[in-house]
Every structure is written in C-alpha cells, then in structure tokens.
Design a protein around this ligand. Sequence first.
Ligand code: ZN
Length: 379
Amino acid sequence: MTGDPKRRSTGSPLLLNEDGLIEGARYIASPNCDERPAGCAVELIVVHAISLPPGEFGGDGIIDLFTNRLDPAAHPYYATVSDLKVSAHFLIRRDGNLIQFVPTGRRAWHAGESTWRGRIRCNDFSIGIELEGTDHAPFEDAQYVVLADLTRAIEARYPPTDIAGHSDIAPGRKTDPGPYFDWERYRALVKASVMEISRAGPGDYAGILALQSANYIGNLTAKERESGFLSAELTRAQLAAMAEDLGVVVAREGGRVVGYLCAHRADLGPLPPVVEAMLRCARTAVHRGRPLAATRLFVYGPVCVARSHRGRGLARKLFDALRAAVAGRYEYGITLVAGANPYSLRVHVDGLGMEAAAQFEHAGRAYHLLAFPVSPGTS
Ligand SMILES: [Zn+2]
C-alpha cells in the first residue's frame, strides 16, 4: 500500500519535542515571553493572522516585531507598533514555512486582553499561531496543511486542546484570522489524520486485505522483506470469520486502514496451513513450566502496520486494545514468527514482551512459536 498521493504533500508529521520546540522548524528566540503561571497547562490553540507592513507578505517585519527590532522609521505603520512587546509561539509564512519564536512550555504574548470559556488572560493557557495573512485575502493551501500538522503535533502533547481565533477570545477588539480563514477546511484537515483504533467491521475488510497484500511475503522482494513481512495470507472469508469471532482490531487514519491485528480461537478452522502447523506445535509446547495445551489460549495474529506508520508504537496500541478485549476469557495468546523475519521477532519480543516457547518447521521454513499471558500478572 503506497498511500493516497493527495495526502501529506508536505511530508512527515511534525514532532513537538521535550523542550517544547518543533523538530526541524526554524527557531528565532523572542525575548517577549515568560513562565506560565503555576498550574496553567496548555488548553487552547489561538489562530491569528498578521502581515507587516499590513497587506504585504514576505518581508522580515513580523520577525523584527517579535524580536523587538522593528525600525519605526522603515514604514509609517511601524512607528505605531514598534514599541509593542509581543510574540507568538509560531508563524506560518505564505509558503508554509514554519518559524518558532517561543517554546510551547513558556507563555508567549499574543492574545492581549482576552477571555475563553469564562477564563481571562488566554496567554496563560494557550499556544499562539500566527498565519502570515490579512482580513482581505485567502490563505494559501500550504498554510492550511502546515497549520493542521502543527495542531496535531500540539494535540499529541497537550490533549485535549480547544481551538479558537483571536477574534473569538477578543471580540470587538480583534478581527484576525479574519473572514477568509476557512475554519471548516482547517478542522477537516486536522481530523483527517486522527488515528482511530477499534474493532473491525465489514467496511474495513477491503482496506485490511489491501494492506495484507502489500506486506505478504510472496509479494515482496528480498530487500523489502528485511523490514518485515506476513507469512500467511488470509482469504476474505477467513478474515470475516476472525472479525466475527474474537475480533480483528484495526487502526484507521483518515478512513484508511494503517494497521490491523487479528485474533481467533484455536479451533476456528480452516486456517492457513502454517497456522495449523503452529497449533500442532502448541499441543506439546511448554511456557515457563506450564503446558500451553492446558491453558485457555487464543491465536494472536497476523498483525500488520503500514510502512508509513512503523516505528511509532502502533503495534503496541493494537496489542493493548486486543488484550483488553480478551481479558478474562483467555489466559494465553500464541503466535508465530518466521525464523527469517528478525524485524518481526524484535517487534514481538522486545516491543511487546512475548517469549519464544518453541520452534517448528513448515514447508521447509523455520518458525518461532511465541507465547504471552493475557494479563501481565498471569504466569
Ligand atoms: Zn491576533
């Protein structure tokens, strides 16, 4: 699955690091900031628009204003604002270029006299984002995309976060971001990449099968197999049987399936031959002194995460969702990983805490049988 080319024209997601800085963004420190008052968490994003001189784009006026370097003689308008001590955490320029002025953990001075949901002094608990723009012209596509990326990065760090315009928190005094700012478009872009994890229904089967096909060993080159592969291919009927039985957990982003995890009873059958071989192995396997055959066990897997979403803990989230769903009904989960799939073995053993209980062969290939207790307290 290579992804929809309409998505993400600007590339990878933004990351807000522990210092409150967006990694990779240009950082120009503004002196116009201070500590947030004790007990004030980030709960609000304030969207602004600004241009200096008004209506002109591309110059250094905004940067100069936020760093107290605006020359009052350079433009008649500058004389009226050059004494202001103001800043915002972020500025998104017309071309989508992102500049940060204040770490998000500190209080930037962007809102002025303001009220949100009955609370005054919005600077105390908000993050200010300036778009280079005016009340009189539409914003650029690149600005919406970066604003949505930035919003998601902030929300990943400070949930839950409200969003408002400067005009919403200072009505009558401020008009930005103005009538040309398309709130619906912005909110849709933010939502489009929100990850949902839930039990799969029939509407997910096509997406799951497409992701499976993109990662099945038979469809990959030797090089592609190095970053993981699926050993077995489920038919639509087998997938539906699993989804209606113990259940398949699916992760969707913008309606697209980006990961899934299957689980089923050991006697669901008929299963792919390699899974049947694992079940034969499980009849005699012992895990920490306990014969697996004597436990209430279910079969875990296959699990698959889209290449675009690896390395972000998604397998763990799917695993946790599944464990919560089967807790109380099952004691053990078992799964298989091909001996020639060290990537997947690392994900399962190091990432998910499973343990190798036995090894078996099927059709000339070696496999590990992995086991894990459903509740971590079980042994
Ligand atoms: Zn403003």
